[in-house]
Design a protein around this ligand. Structure first.
Ligand code: FPP
Length: 227
């Protein structure tokens, strides 16, 4: 097990249950990213991909979008020293050029400063959509290849956002919904899926360990015969 991907759902419901605002929920959700990053490191994971903002999330009320954008710069700046100390590398996937300048600047700085770190890679999906990723790949191919040559799956992967990152072994979704919500459509083809009713701000190291333990009990066949 080296790569866990997480759909961090339920900040709103977590806040509502406590009589707090949705922004409070997102703030608690953002704080939980560092806790789960620590846990992932301690559990020996190499990659943690987090769905933080989808291409569809732009349709949320402007104040909520602004809160999420503000959190991007806040947590990347606040957490940079810890990331250096803990040998964590930050990456992003998605149409990040859509993000506001301030968020982009903080992200670029953090990505650049952590680029030689060799421990856990945190890969944050921002303005990300699985369909958008595939369409972006096709457009890169069209722009690059003037001939009508066919390509195979192996070559196609090189045009996705993070070709060097192996596919997730496990997808975790918090807050109970049983859907992919346009996350990593290509990369999740053979991943195991684990859904918990726990809302993201309450998802802790023990919960992560439980998800990983459940993965350990399954047999992955990749469409082939049982081994
Ligand atoms: C789902 O809660 C959460 C998101 C929209 C994305 C996850 C965001 C964070 C963890 C906060 C940090 C953010 C960034 C961008 C670094 P929801 O609002 O869908 O909850 P609900 O379904 O209960 O309403």
């Amino acid at each position: 097990m080296e790569h866990v991907a997480i759909i961090m759902d339920g900040n709103g419901r977590w806040a509502e249950a406590r009589g707090l605002t949705r922004s409070d929920g997102h703030k608690a959700g953002a704080d939980n990213i560092s806790r789960i990053a620590d846990a992932a490191r301690e559990l020996g994971l190499k990659y943690l991909t987090l769905y933080a903002f989808s291409t569809e999330n732009w349709k949320r009320p402007p104040a909520e979008v602004a809160c999420l954008m503000g959190l991007i710069s806040e947590i990347t700046e606040k957490r940079l020293p810890d990331m250096m100390k803990n040998n964590i590398r930050l990456r992003t996937i998605g149409r990040t050029s859509d993000l506001p300048l301030l968020a982009r600047k903080s992200l670029l700085k953090c990505i650049d400063e952590t680029k030689n770190n060799t421990g856990l890679t945190i890969n944050i999906a921002l303005s990300y959509g699985g369909r958008a990723e595939i369409v972006d790949a096709v457009n890169k191919i069209l722009a690059e290849k003037k001939t009508g040559d066919k390509i195979d799956e192996k070559e196609f992967i090189n045009y996705l956002y993070a070709p060097d990152i192996p596919d997730p072994d496990l997808l975790i979704r918090t807050s109970g919904e049983l859907r992919l919500s346009n996350f990593l459509l290509w990369e999740l083809s053979y991943s195991e899926i684990y859904v918990t009713d726990t809302h993201w701000p309450d998802f802790d190291k023990e919960a992560l360990q439980k998800a990983i333990d459940s993965f350990g009990k399954r047999k992955r066949r990749f469409g082939g015969l049982n081994k």
